[in-house]
Design a protein around this ligand. Structure first.
Ligand code: GDP
Ligand code: CA
Length: 329
């Protein structure tokens, strides 16, 4: 069985931990591929930083700092402290020494002309992740945020201002001329199940879907597409994704996010066949199912790996049921 997951950083990596555990248990021969958001990537002190790819790399390798919530465990910050003394970098974006080493390796390969997907392959070769990570695109397509009077990189808006400056719009600079990274469309075409992780619908999943050809490949896939709601009981669980949703005019609500992704069958641009909401949002299951998005309610809090695995199991079960229903038609 081939399972493809579209993912951002924190929500994406927690979900992937669960999917990997579930597949090891029930489908040991399964192939798991993650198509990862690259819109948060930025150049900093001459280095290419790829936050979502690194979060997944470190989390799945088991070397992430679970207390801080980002970066590698057992970090020191000698290099960042030294850089700050020279006025290099941003005070609001500190990277640990081991994290910087990964970025130096990545940037060095990129400068030699190695495309990002191959750089990612080299980085992940170091640890047995149990899945294949693919950047959504090899091209530099960065998310920028338009606020009153100016535009800034998403990372500055998110990390420096904690998403507190009212955003007017999100822009993917250079997206029109970008293409999906090699392997991305092929993975979607040959998938048996496609899952949207409970990631930020705007700046993680939305950014991936913005790359020309990606949405069409999802819509054309023969595999069922099941999404997991990142919203529980009208709030975002972790992080500040509500401010992103507000900007694009979508309510912070599990059903509203499902309608934003849309039904693959009853809308001309929709991508979902199925949707998982938390038991707190059970009331959404009937109306969404009637609108062409088969919806089930299961606990969606990813507090630990077994809880994430149970969510992955529910997504696979819904997908398999949708595939059976499609065969019967
Ligand atoms: P980022 O790139 O680090 O911002 O991470 P993602 O885009 O992958 O995921 C962020 C989103 O994950 C947040 O907006 C939350 O809504 C969602 N999220 C975080 N933890 C949980 C959880 O335990 N359960 C669910 N359902 N969603 C979660
Ligand atoms: Ca991110």
């Amino acid at each position: 069985m081939k399972v493809v997951v579209l993912a951002g950083g924190v929500g994406g990596s927690r979900f992937l931990l669960g999917m990997r555990a579930e597949l090891r248990n029930t489908h040991p021969d399964a192939e798991l591929t993650a198509i990862v958001n690259t819109g948060d990537d930025l150049w900093l002190a001459g280095l290419r930083i790829t936050p979502d790819l690194d979060t997944i790399l470190y989390t799945l390798a088991g070397i992430n700092d679970t207390e801080r919530g980002w970066g590698r465990v057992g970090e020191t910050e000698r290099v960042s402290t030294e850089l700050a003394a020279w006025g290099i970098g941003h005070s609001w974006f500190t990277l640990g020494d081991l994290d910087l080493a990964a970025s130096i390796a990545r940037s060095s390969w990129l400068r030699e002309g190695v495309p990002l997907h191959e750089v990612v392959e080299r980085l992940q070769a170091r640890w047995p992740l149990g899945l294949r990570m693919l950047p959504a695109t090899d091209d530099e397509v960065e998310t920028h945020v338009r606020v009153e009077g100016r535009t800034m990189h998403f990372q500055e808006w998110w990390t420096r201002y904690r998403a507190s400056l009212p955003a007017v719009a999100f822009e993917q600079l250079g997206v029109e001329s970008s293409t999906p990274a090699p392997g991305v469309i092929a993975a979607l075409e040959s998938a048996d199940v496609i899952v949207l992780a409970p990631s930020n619908p705007v700046v993680s999943i939305g950014t991936i879907l913005g790359i020309p050809g990606l949405r069409d490949a999802l819509r054309a896939s023969t595999a069922p597409v099941v999404g997991v709601s990142p919203i529980i009981g009208g709030s975002v669980v972790r992080g500040m994704a509500d401010s992103c949703l507000t900007t694009i005019g979508v309510e912070t609500d599990a059903a509203a996010v499902a309608r934003h992704y849309g039904s693959r069958h009853s809308s001309s641009s929709g991508i979902l066949d199925g949707w998982l909401v938390d038991t707190a949002d059970e009331a959404a299951t009937e109306p969404l199912t009637a609108e062409g998005i088969a919806t089930r309610a299961v606990p969606l809090w990813m507090r630990d790996e077994p809880m994430s695995a149970a969510i992955a199991a529910a997504a696979l079960e819904l997908a398999q049921q949708l595939a059976r229903d499609a065969d019967a038609d």
